[in-house]
Design a protein around this ligand. Sequence first.
Ligand SMILES: *Cc1c(COP(=O)(O)O)cnc(C)c1O
Length: 357
Amino acid sequence: MKTTYNFNAGPCILPKEAIKAGIEALQDFNNSGMSVIEISHRSKDWEAVMDECRALWKELLQIPDDYEVLFLGGGASLQFCMVPMNLLNKKAAYLETGVWAKKAIKEAKAFGEVVTVASSAESTFNYIPKNYTIPADSDYFHITTNNTIYGTEIHYDMDSPVPLIADMSSDIMSRPVDISKYALIYGGAQKNVGPAGVTFVIIRKDILGKVSRHIPSMLDYRIHIEGGSMFNTPPVFPIFIMTQTLKWVKNMGGVEAIRKINREKADLLYREIDRNPLFKGTAAKEDRSVMNVCFVMAPGYESLENDFMDFAKSRGMVGVKGHRSVGGFRASIYNACSKENVQALVNCMQEFEKKHK
Ligand SMILES: *Cc1c(COP(=O)(O)O)cnc(C)c1O
C-alpha cells in the first residue's frame, strides 16, 4: 500500500487494527460463515457487539449509571434538531464558536427562544469567548467543545447553572471528560471514534420528559433508550468499527494515555508553526485545538500557499488543506494519527523552509 500521512478532517484516519477487524468481520463474522452485515441485528452475536460497544464507552469515559449511551443515525447535524426538540421548552442558551455552533443555533430557533451568550464570529472564530453570562432561566446551555474548522477547543469541563449540552464530534475520546458536568454529549463518530453513519449520544435520563410538544418516535430519545438503540435497525457496520476503535483506545491505555500522546503531537506541530518563519498559527494560543491544527503562510510568504500544498502532497501528506470557508492549512491529528505522522509533516515544513528562505 502507498505510504500516506492522513490528516483528513472527517471522515479521517482510523486505527489500522479497527479496519483489519472490519475486513475480517465483513468476510466471516465470528466463524458464522456470514458477514457481520448479513446477520440479524436481533441475533445474539449482534447483541454482544452492542453490549461491548456500550460497555467500552462507559468504561473509557467513566460514564455514571444515570446516563445512557445511544447509537443513532443522522449525524451530529440531526442532533442540532433533536436536542431542542426534546429539551427546549421556552429558552435555550448557545455559545457561538463556529459554523457547527451556528447550525445548531439555527435549528434550535425553530423550537423556542435562543440566546447566543457570546460569539467569536467577528474574528473568524479564532478564539473561544470567555466572559459571558448563561441566563439561569434557560432550559440548557449548548457548547461545541472542539471547533473542527477553526482549530479552537474548550479544554476543560465547565460549570453551568443549567444543563450543559456539548457537541463533542471532533474531540470525544481525546481526553478524559467529567461526564457528570454534562446533561448530554453528542457527536458524529467519523472524527475520532469510527466511520460515518453512527452518532453517539450520552444522555442523563432525568432531563427528558419535560417538554409538551409531540416528538416523532425516531426523534425521541426516550424511545431510543427504551429500545437500547435498536428501536429500528441500527447502523450495524459503523457500530462494529466503532467498537473496534474503542478497543484500540483501551489497548492504548485509555483516554488519559491518549490525552498525553495527543498533547505531545499537538505540541510538536504548534512548536514548528511558531518556530518556522514561513508559517503562522491562526487560533488564539490558549484556545488551540489538540485535534485540528490550523495555520497559514506567514506575512510576506502568502504567495507560497499553493507551492506548500503541492510540496506537502508530493511528500505523501493528505488532507492538509484548510476548510473551504477559511482557507490556509489544517492538519487534523485525531487519536489514530501517530506521532510519526505529525513528525513527517513537521519535516515537510522544515524542508520547505530550507527551499524558500
Ligand atoms: C463534523 C462535525 C459536525 C457534523 O457532523 P455530521 O455527523 O456530518 O452531521 C458537527 N459538529 C462538529 C463539531 C463537527 O466537527
